[in-house]
Design a protein around this ligand. Structure first.
Ligand SMILES: Cc1cc2nc3c(=O)[nH]c(=O)nc-3n(C[C@H](O)[C@H](O)[C@H](O)COP(=O)(O)O)c2cc1C
Length: 253
């Protein structure tokens, strides 16, 4: 099975989980990066090919920018696997929203997976995940999905958790800024998925465009970008209980 990954992974956790699932599923032939702010509409096709659509959960929903870019892909009936990656709190309506978006783009969802990766804002949650147990699970799921796709399979909606209408999208008011150790290298501006950083003034961030994805913090070579620590602590207190119990990867097909 040839696999096309369609991935929105600002800080790499979603991509790690997608790679593990893909390893069990088949051979990676193409990666479509939905964080690319030069992203152009495209058509996908191919015999014996399926797509892995991988997105993080933001507030229990698909990140709006990822949804917007996925709408620009035309898949012409290609089977797909939906992979939602979350930071061990909850993914709520992310998978059902992904299913709807995938169908609108012309994919035929054959399976859905939820996986946990280190929380990209509050790194004390799901630290080091995906770990060895996740690796085993995700590769095994990939193999099971490949078997399903190899035979005739019944098309239709997947038995995945989540509600329609979806919960309301809530923005996260954590806007990273550069401090005095910023050397104006422009790496953050180039790699911001939302185009929220002006390359000539990289210490500042456009609050209206920023999606709080934390990419700029994770890739800054000087470690010069930060969010308000007090606000992160308050947010961490509010989700601590929900994050306490380890959640495992899950497969629906
Ligand atoms: C803005 C934002 C909102 C998030 N909301 C949730 C959430 O509702 N539930 C959860 O468990 N994790 C949440 N997370 C954690 C991410 O889903 C998780 O860390 C994911 O692996 C990030 O993907 P990435 O590493 O590919 O960027 C959120 C992270 C961000 C940046």
């Amino acid at each position: 099975m040839r696999v096309i990954q369609i991935v929105f992974s600002p800080t790499g956790g979603t991509k790690k989980a997608a790679d593990l699932l893909t390893a069990g599923l088949g051979k990676l032939v193409q990666t479509v990066d939905l964080t690319d702010n030069q992203f152009q509409p495209m058509q996908l096709s191919g015999i014996d090919t399926c797509a892995v659509i991988a997105m993080p959960s933001y507030g229990g929903r698909v990140p709006a920018l990822a949804a917007y870019r996925l709408k620009d892909i035309q898949a012409q009936g290609m089977p797909c696997v939906l992979l939602c990656v979350y930071g061990n709190r909850a993914f709520e309506d992310t998978l059902v929203e992904m299913e709807d978006l995938a169908r609108t783009a012309g994919f035929e969802p054959a399976a859905a997976v939820a996986a946990v990766a280190e929380h990209s804002i509050m790194h004390q949650f799901a630290t080091g995940r995906p770990d060895a147990a996740d690796t085993r699970n995700l590769k095994e799921y990939g193999g099971r999905i490949a078997q399903k796709l190899a035979g005739p399979w019944e098309k239709g909606s997947l038995p995945i958790p989540g509600n329609r209408p979806y919960k309301s999208a809530s923005g996260v008011p954590l806007v990273p800024k550069g401090d005095s150790s910023c050397v104006n290298c422009g790496t953050c501006a180039k790699q911001c998925p939302a185009g929220a950083i002006n390359p000539s003034k990289p210490r500042e961030t456009d609050k209206k465009l920023c999606i709080a994805c934390m990419r700029c913090i994770s890739i800054c070579p000087q470690k010069a970008r930060k969010v308000n620590g007090a606000m992160v602590s308050v947010a961490a207190m509010s989700i601590k209980k929900a994050c306490e119990v380890r959640k495992e990867c899950e497969l629906w097909m």
